[in-house]
Design a protein around this ligand. Structure first.
Ligand SMILES: O=C1O[C@H]([C@@H](O)CO)C(O)=C1O
Length: 546
């Protein structure tokens, strides 16, 4: 089956947290419409850019784009941006059931509201390994009142202006800002229906599959349904060996399915509570309502919303990460060994007094010519041809608990060329930032693949002692994984998808500040590129102009 969608992307005034802000909408909505499809279906999105003065590109997060690397929607990597007034056609197969996301992948547009969910159901002949009565989706986000332009300009300025903590946390695009804190020239109205809280109405005794996704720009979240346990059953489109949690830690770019039974006292309602973890919270708890039918959906729960675990309890979060394993009978064993190990040290650095993030001391910049076209057409001047480094300087002596020993990084758009069909291990290594005693959580997202999560640990990765502890039995496969403070995360993937693929921190400002790399594999096997992805940089000559 083919699902055809026509989307118009444009700026509109929206008040998701009661505070009016210029937001990017799809057909008038933010979050955008949910895409529903069945495994094996084709999704076509004809996207018209009506932003007037701004380019756009949309990434289909978690969809591997097998055979369609040009539809990955990553500006500078797989396509030129879509110009104002232009219509671009994304066409891809959703080849695996599960919960996915889509979002802008140009500048910092994601933070302006351009995102939504993709729900792929199993084929009719397949029965899932768990059952439930109803299926609901919940998209979590953090929200700022400053425009993304102001944010981006601040990040690029000397002195550096950080985006700061969000003003609100949104559950399915709804939050509540305290309007008494808004300026007199600002529009903020707590009775605006756009910011009435999200209500999940439940029938007592029934079981709900909640598909929970985080598209946050910065925050790591803890999500809790007051008084209700959740059983985690899916992560990033893969079945999880079920386990019960009181609350779910979820990082930007991750998706989960949890089963929740409406088994509490039905005479009242309960809170759905969204709290910031890993960074010191400065944003009120985001709340929604679990409404036990037939109570009034607006009946306020009699208790205070859950405040979540301690924000700096890293151990609690690492423990939950470690508990996520592939479901018995569904585990796809990883190749027992790898052909190449790439160790990526994550540091905050300075370049010419700009604050940047770097990976092995290289701060990523996007080329003007998309890598996919440059590699396929042999445009060697389009980007730095020297290979990006497989490890960092002094990798067996670097003190990850100190501020970077060499605070100066350099800009580069060099990439990793990966041998087609080889197996690659990536060891993400966290470290102290430029300020003492601080290391943040970075959710790393890989385009075009799922990887096996082989392990998490604390401190500097030890290739001898830590590698033997890898889980090669039942590792979960994911496309986004947290790198915990002062920790390491090891993953393995098969480079079996011809194309050029971003691997980056999913924190919007961190990616904007250079925290990412590109893997290229088997580009010579990629079919004929559509000219619709061309037109910028050195690809202008491939597009016939009238
Ligand atoms: O990149 C970042 O900058 C700030 C801080 O380090 C400087 O203001 C922060 O928390 C980041 O994640």
């Amino acid at each position: 089956r083919i699902h055809h969608h026509r989307w118009e992307v444009k700026y509109q005034f929206r008040s998701p947290d009661c505070f009016e802000k210029l937001s990017i909408t799809i057909n008038g909505q933010t979050p955008g419409p949910t895409i529903y499809a069945q495994q094996g279906d084709t999704v076509v999105v004809e996207l018209k850019n009506s932003l007037l003065t701004e380019n756009v590109a949309v990434h289909w997060h978690g969809i591997r784009q097998i055979g369609t690397p040009w539809s990955d929607g990553t500006e500078g990597v797989t396509q030129c941006p879509i110009l104002p007034g232009d219509t671009f056609m994304y066409k891809f197969v959703v080849d695996r059931a599960g919960t996915y996301i889509y979002h802008a992948h140009y500048g910092m547009q994601r933070s302006a509201g351009l995102y939504g969910m993709i729900i792929v159901s199993v084929p009719n002949s397949v029965i899932e390994p768990f059952s439930y009565d109803y299926d609901r989706s919940i998209l979590l986000n953090d929200w700022w009142h400053k425009s993304t332009y102001e944010q981006a300009a601040g990040l690029n300025s000397i002195p550096f202006v950080w985006v700061g903590e969000p003003q609100s946390l949104l559950i399915n695009g709804r939050g509540k800002f305290n309007c008494s804190m808004a300026g007199t020239d600002q529009v903020c109205n707590t009775t605006n229906p756009q910011c009435s809280p999200y209500v999940l109405t439940v029938v007592p005794g029934k079981t709900y599959r909640l598909r929970i996704a985080s598209i946050s720009s910065l925050s790591a979240f803890n999500f809790e349904l007051e008084g209700h346990n959740m059983t985690i059953v899916e992560a990033d489109g893969h079945y999880v060996e079920p386990f019960v949690v009181k609350n779910l830690n979820i990082y930007s770019g991750e998706t989960y399915s949890v089963l929740v039974k409406a088994d509490q006292d039905p005479s009242r309602n309960y809170w759905a509570a969204l709290n910031v973890v890993s960074r010191k919270p400065a944003t009120p708890t985001g709340v929604g309502i679990i409404n036990y039918y037939p109570n009034h959906p607006k009946k306020s729960p009699p208790s205070a919303p859950p405040t979540g675990p301690l924000w700096n309890d890293t151990e609690y979060r690492v423990k939950q990460s470690l508990a996520i394993k592939a479901r018995k009978g569904y585990a796809i064993p990883p190749p027992p060994t790898s052909d190449r190990v790439i160790t990526l040290l994550n540091t905050q650095n300075k370049i010419n007094n700009h604050t940047r993030w770097a990976v092995n001391n290289i701060s990523f910049t996007l080329p003007d010519t998309p890598y996919l076209v440059a590699l396929k057409e042999g445009l060697h001047h389009a980007f730095n041809q020297s290979p990006a480094p497989d490890t960092y300087n002094n990798s067996d002596g670097y003190n990850i608990y100190d501020a970077p020993q060499n605070p100066n990084a350099s800009y580069s758009n060099s990439i990793y060329r990966i041998e087609f069909n080889s197996t690659v291990d990536v060891v993400l290594q966290n470290a102290n930032m430029m300020t003492p005693n601080n290391s943040e959580t970075h959710p790393w997202h890989l385009h075009g693949h799922d990887f096996w999560v082989l392990g998490y640990g604390t401190g500097r990765f030890d290739p001898v002692k830590d590698r033997v502890k890898y889980n090669l039995v039942d590792p979960i496969m994911k496309n986004t994984v947290p790198l915990h403070p002062y920790g390491w995360t090891a993953l393995r993937f098969r480079a079996d998808n011809p194309g050029t693929w971003m691997f980056h921190c999913h924190i919007e400002s961190h990616f904007f500040m250079g925290m990412g790399v590109v893997f290229a594999e088997g580009v010579e096997r990629v079919g004929r590129l559509p000219t619709s992805i061309m037109g910028c940089g050195e690809t202008k000559r491939f597009v016939r102009r009238p």
